[in-house]
Design a protein around this ligand. Structure first.
Ligand SMILES: N[C@@H](CCC(=O)N[C@@H](CS)C(=O)NCC(=O)O)C(=O)O
Length: 222
């Protein structure tokens, strides 16, 4: 089998997306730890455009951007389990919600790192509206976004919920309350109980310390 390497940092929610997909499919890989304060020549060579992790290297071929990597994994190792629906229309819907998560949630959580006061209040309100949209439109009676089985939308969203909860604790807001979003909460519990997810879940306390320090740095330099 062609060698698979994953360049990353074991705190990054984006890296966990890739870890979860590889583990769910049982693809063996080597993890290459990167230091983001001193990026390796290999990382700069593999991702010269964004210089970010994660990067998946299959043979000598690098793939960057977590959701692009996930689609690559799905196409390269399509079975056991398949992480996208079979039906083309359902696939389009999955891609629609992945784009929604990337455009809306990722953008707003990025903001949370460096805002305070009224800006923070506004961003929290906007985040609640985004969660409400997902609560109303996506899950219905389904166990996971695709139905009975975990898929790429679950992986995309699960990693962001982890980030959302930790950054919420850092800035002192709790957008993801169970009484407001009962379907999403039930879904998150199901998601975290999948053995691969449970056994490979990022460490909340270490991530809290990292995010808190990063926020302090960003606020100090503002
Ligand atoms: N859109 C990218 C985001 C990846 C990303 O933001 N990675 C961060 C770590 S969590 C990074 O490499 N930061 C280094 C930098 O910005 O210099 C993805 O989905 O892979």
């Amino acid at each position: 089998m062609t060698e698979v390497k994953l360049h990353g940092v074991l705190l990054s929610p984006y890296v966990y997306r890739v870890i979860w997909a590889l583990k769910l499919k049982g693809v063996p890989y080597e993890f290459v730890a990167e230091d983001l304060s001193n990026k390796s020549d290999l990382l700069l060579k593999y991702n010269p455009v964004y210089k970010k992790i994660p990067v998946l290297v299959h043979g000598e071929k690098p793939v960057s951007e977590s959701m692009v990597i996930l689609e690559y994994i799905e196409e390269m190792w399509p079975q056991n389990p398949s992480l996208m629906p079979n039906d083309p229309y359902d696939r389009a819907l999955a891609r629609f919600w992945i784009k929604f998560i990337e455009d809306k949630i990722v953008a707003i959580l990025g903001l949370f790192r460096s805002i305070t006061g009224q800006e923070l209040e506004n961003a929290t309100k906007e985040l609640l509206e985004i969660l409400q949209t997902l609560e109303e439109h996506v899950l219905g009676e389904k166990f996971f976004f695709n139905g009975d089985n975990i898929g790429l939308v679950d992986i995309a969203f699960g990693s962001m919920l982890f980030w959302m909860q930790v950054i919420g604790d850092v800035v002192g807001v709790k957008p993801f309350e169970s009484h407001k979003f009962p379907s999403l909460h039930a879904w998150f519990e199901n998601f975290k109980q999948i053995p691969v997810i449970e056994e490979n879940f990022p460490n909340r306390d270490e991530y809290f310390v990292y995010i808190k320090r990063r926020r302090e740095e960003l606020l100090a330099s503002a």
